[in-house]
Design a protein. Structure first.
Length: 296
């Protein structure tokens, strides 16, 4: 549960309680929390996160490998049937890895097996930063790594996973920079005001033509949405489309339109490559034209 603990509470907690609270941040590896407990107090959440990562970096090589091996494969039916941790279940399900087609499950199984055969541990990636396509792209790229490179990448991804888990568990005045934002602002140049009541959809696209609806939204009196279309989490690497119901908006304001209207639904397709950044999409619109750019 977000904000289940406070940093002050954890700093003052008995060692056993500290370990009980944070022992599952790193999959089946409470020794990381045990090592970090001795470094208290922490001035902020970043200091706690850094202490946990430092404990891994200074651990014996075999212990680091065991940490990686403690994680499940991605989209592994047998492991899911046996039961994943609550963290791993939420994370994989959030990336849609519980809703794959049979050919997709087969693809993941093939890649998991090839990866394990080469490196001796499961493929690690922070799935909350990715779409299905970008996960498969990462698989293809990282299978070309040498073992030393891949161990380093695996531990980097584990640190990202843990950072997101900590951010969701611990209330802190200084937040970890692990979340991004996708925001939209629509301006009606026909009347010179923000577009109030513009309906639009946000859709995630796959390279195979599949679509996943993220949300149907409506702008407010400022031409924005509250909450933003995506906020409080990473914006997964991938391709998206915003679909603005332009004709319906202008018709609802009594603007005379051609039949059919010159602009009906306006699609804006864009890519996300940096999950922790704020990506702002402004739209300046009239019944006959529109413009956009990457804002900030």
């Amino acid at each position: 549960m977000p904000g289940h603990f406070t940093l002050d509470t954890l700093n003052r907690a008995a060692t056993a309680d500290f370990i009980a609270a944070l022992g599952d941040v790193f999959e089946y590896s409470p020794w990381v929390a045990t090592a970090a407990a001795a470094r208290r107090p922490f001035k902020n959440l970043a200091a706690l996160r850094d202490a946990m990562i430092a404990s891994i970096e200074t651990a014996p090589a075999e212990q680091r490998l065991n940490l990686i091996r403690s994680h499940p494969d991605l989209a592994n039916k047998a492991q899911r049937a046996q039961g994943l941790t609550a963290h791993s279940t939420r994370e994989q399900d959030g990336a849609g890895l519980d809703r794959l087609s049979e050919p997709e499950f087969a693809t993941f199984e093939k890649l998991n097996n090839a990866y394990r055969a080469k490196f001796g541990f499961p493929f690690m990636i922070c799935v909350r930063r990715h779409t299905k396509d970008s996960i498969l792209d990462a698989f293809a790229r990282r299978l070309n790594n040498d073992p030393a490179q891949e161990e380093k990448e695996a531990l980097t991804e584990i640190a990202r996973i843990a950072s997101l888990r900590l951010a969701g568990m611990i209330a802190s005045e200084e937040a970890l920079p692990v979340h991004g934002t996708l925001s939209v602002h629509v301006l009606d140049a026909h009347c010179g005001l923000p577009a109030d009541g513009m309906k639009f959809s946000l859709v995630e696209l796959s390279r195979h033509g599949e679509e996943r609806l993220i949300g149907d939204l409506v702008t407010n009196a400022d031409g924005r949405t509250s909450p933003e279309p995506i906020e409080g989490r990473p914006v997964p690497i991938g391709t998206y489309e915003l679909r603005f119901q332009a004709a319906a908006y202008f018709a609802g304001r009594g603007v005379l339109l051609s039949d059919p209207p010159f602009l009906d639904v306006i699609p804006l397709r864009f890519g996300v490559s940096e999950p922790e950044q704020h990506l702002h999409v402004p739209l300046l619109i009239t019944p006959w034209s529109y413009s956009t750019y990457r804002g900030s």
